[in-house]
Design a protein around this ligand. Structure first.
Ligand SMILES: [Zn+2]
Length: 320
């Protein structure tokens, strides 16, 4: 990426234009060339990718193999993907009344299908035309092509709105949250997951942290900053769940060691169950590694979550 293709943007929260650079990083996942600067707003502390690729151009940079857009799967694979969304459904149903749900950035429709099977009425919006068409034509889901802002849903129709690994991709987080509030029924719930910039993992790995993912992650949030953003829309964070998984930890370790990492998104990385180690190694070696993983790494990850230093955060926001 040549620097003339990048734009400097004011802070999305306070409009500030003075930033302090924290570090430079690269795209370790998809290989978009160039160095990217991660900066902190001097006024409100929101961390952003700045300069960044203009909003109009970013869609064309998402590769065809971007994981949430994987759509060529068998019925068996689809069932597996849908089952993988149970953790998110359970989290949502802990706070929201079953009714009409909207999934923003619904990807390949796996979460919408999971909710539908559990008796929800569902709708989605998705920026990728190809993905949106797949969800409509192959899965029979009610999905609009576009952002939440461009979709113009009627006011106060949804009981729940979800943003799974979506909010950090948004160029206009405040406007989007205000729009979510408009289309949400009073008493309705917004659930979202995103990487935690104040996590232990980010502090340890800094520019090599897996979750930075430039140029696609535009803003990097912490619970402190999210509290301020949500307050701006006169809503309230009801609960913050922390989760750390092996997916991001192992990927960060590989980046730090200079190894390439296979293309995978953070799509399921906020699930509560860490992924065990598998690969082409002998069974004995894999077994030994998994013993170490279960006895040492998993407790360490849970401890980080307990200290509110987990790599991922799930927010539940209520419209009163
Ligand atoms: Zn700011």
């Amino acid at each position: 990426m040549i620097s003339s293709e990048l734009e400097k943007a004011p802070c999305a929260i306070c409009g500030g234009i003075e930033f302090a650079e924290l570090f430079k990083t690269r795209d370790y996942l998809y290989g978009v060339p160039g160095e990217f600067s991660i900066s902190k707003c001097k006024n409100c502390s929101l961390v952003s990718l700045n300069p960044r690729i203009p909003k109009e151009r970013i869609a064309s940079l998402y590769p065809d193999n971007y994981e949430p857009y994987s759509m060529s799967f068998s019925q068996e694979m689809l069932s597996k993907l849908v089952a993988g969304q149970e953790g998110r459904r359970i989290l949502l149903e802990r706070h929201a009344q079953k009714g009409f749900a909207l999934d923003v950035g619904s990807g390949d429709g796996r979460f919408l299908l999971c909710l539908k099977q559990a008796g929800w009425r569902v709708a989605g919006c998705e920026l990728s035309e190809k993905s949106a068409a797949f969800q409509r034509d192959s899965l029979g889901l009610d999905v609009k092509t576009g952002s939440l802002l461009s979709s113009r849903f009627d006011s106060e129709i949804f009981d729940a709105i979800t943003f799974w690994s979506v909010f950090e991709h948004l160029y206009d987080p405040l406007e989007t949250l205000a729009e979510a509030k408009r289309v949400l029924k009073p008493g309705g719930v917004i659930a979202m997951s995103m990487p935690n910039f104040d996590s232990l993992e980010r502090m340890v790995f800094r520019s090599k942290w897996f979750c930075l993912q430039p140029p696609f992650h535009i803003y990097h949030y912490s619970p402190k900053v999210m509290k301020r953003i949500v307050a701006e829309t006169e809503m309230k964070i009801e609960k913050v769940y922390y989760s750390t998984t092996a997916t991001s930890l192992i990927s960060s370790m590989r980046i730090a060691k200079g190894h390439s990492i296979s293309v995978q998104s953070d799509e399921n990385a906020n699930d509560a169950t860490p992924t065990r180690i598998s690969g082409s190694e002998s069974r004995v070696k894999q077994f030994a590694k998994n013993v170490v993983f279960d006895c040492a790494i998993v407790p360490a990850l849970r401890f980080a979550d307990l200290l509110r230093l987990g790599a991922y955060t799930n927010y539940v926001i209520r419209k009163t």
